[in-house]
Design a protein around this ligand. Structure first.
Ligand SMILES: NC(=O)c1ccc[n+]([C@@H]2O[C@H](COP(=O)([O-])OP(=O)(O)OC[C@H]3O[C@@H](n4cnc5c(N)ncnc54)[C@H](O)[C@@H]3O)[C@@H](O)[C@H]2O)c1
Length: 338
């Protein structure tokens, strides 16, 4: 069994990735997560029974802890998913984003470097990143060679950690891979992000805050499709490469809100369009990127990956999940579970 450290495995994307890897008994999975407001043991309930799974509550910035884990388990694979992930929070507390996203990644890289024996070890350090590092694009698509032009403290911190990963590949010859993915949606997403915030606001008849005119375009990918791509990239991706991962689903924020209103109103047997009155255009986010759009032809061509959910399917599944998981919502927002 290969010892695999996955960080941030109690968060939104991490919880789906952890479940996928634990299902495959050739991996011995270690989940290192500090359980911030966004992480919850409820996201990974039931996994503690699995023999090939260990949860470690801890911070990726903690030098003593991370060093002791590398010494003890000599990880073959490191998949770094832990991060501060919300752009609005990064505008309020940029230093926290630099600490976790940059210094935390560096701490993991340093330990990986210390335990790597060139030409002998089959190891990979895999960094999970975002398409937001490329900045905003008016026309066309971001591809793997697009320049990094981050505009928010969040994307700047992710860009910086990606640069360190690349530098460790170039400078020390460490086997690293990076993937940059578009916006994810699906179960377990903390309700500060657009889609869950919108679903929950409609259910509770609360205002749905929309930044500016709402004509901000993102590419959307169902989270399980992202998780599948991560496993595939780890297993089949080429060392030193970057892979863009996207859903081919470019949609404006305001259009998403309209779609969700239509589905949720229908589920609640409210007359069509009832919740449109909840939309409230609020002052725009500082430095708001207009459009992200990603070209994922490389992973499709080289690794034969393709998303299995259309936006229509994925959004219905997501809405159903939030309807069926009121307890989860209460626990994560009250933070009584950790
Ligand atoms: N959500 C998206 O749409 C999206 C898209 C592309 C890439 N990404 C990237 O994927 C990763 C996960 O995003 P997410 O949306 O699941 O985030 P999330 O905020 O839901 O989860 C982050 C997890 O990391 C943990 N964590 C935070 N700081 C930590 C620290 N210092 N030490 C240990 N654990 C810590 C949290 O407890 C939480 O469980 C991030 O790196 C993000 O940049 C996210």
């Amino acid at each position: 069994m290969t010892n695999t450290l996955i960080t941030g495995g109690a968060g939104f994307i991490g919880s789906h990735v952890i479940k996928l890897f634990v299902k495959d008994k050739s991996y011995n999975v270690f989940n290192l997560d500090s359980l911030t407001y966004a992480g919850s043991l409820n996201n990974i309930e039931g996994l503690e029974k699995e023999e090939n799974y260990t949860f470690i509550k801890g911070d990726i910035c903690d030098k003593k802890l991370v060093s002791s884990l590398f010494k003890k388990y000599n990880f073959n694979y490191v998949i770094n998913i832990a991060a501060e992930s919300h752009v609005d929070r990064s505008i309020e507390t940029p230093t926290l984003f630099a600490e976790t996203n940059v210094l935390g990644t560096l701490n993991l890289l340093e330990n990986f470097r210390r335990h790597y024996i060139q030409k002998k070890d089959k190891k990979v350090f895999y960094q999970i990143s975002t398409d937001e590092v490329y900045g905003s694009i008016e026309n066309g698509l971001f591809h793997e060679k697009s320049p990094y032009r981050p505009n928010s403290p969040y994307s700047a911190s992710k860009a910086s950690s990606d640069h360190f990963v690349r530098a460790y590949y170039k400078t020390y010859g460490l086997p690293t891979i990076i993937s940059n993915c578009s916006n994810n949606y699906g179960p377990n997403q903390f309700p500060e992000k657009l889609i869950p915030l919108c679903i929950i606001s409609i259910i509770n008849n609360r205002e749905i805050p929309i930044y500016g005119d709402g004509n901000y375009t993102r590419d959307w990918l169902y989270v399980e499709d992202h998780a599948q791509s991560i496993k595939l990239i780890l297993e089949k991706g080429k060392i030193g490469q970057t892979y863009n991962v996207g859903g081919n689903n470019e949609i404006d924020n305001i259009e998403i809100v309209h779609k969700i209103i239509s589905i949720v109103d229908d589920k609640l047997s409210r007359p069509k369009g009832t919740s449109l009155r909840l939309i409230k255009h609020v002052k725009d986010r500082k430095g708001h990127d207009r459009r992200y759009a990603i070209d994922s032809s490389k992973i499709k061509k080289e690794l034969k990956w393709k998303p299995t959910h259309t936006f229509q399917d994925g959004i219905k599944k997501t809405i159903d999940w939030y309807f069926d998981n009121e307890k989860w919502l209460k626990k994560i927002t009250d933070k009584k579970d950790n």
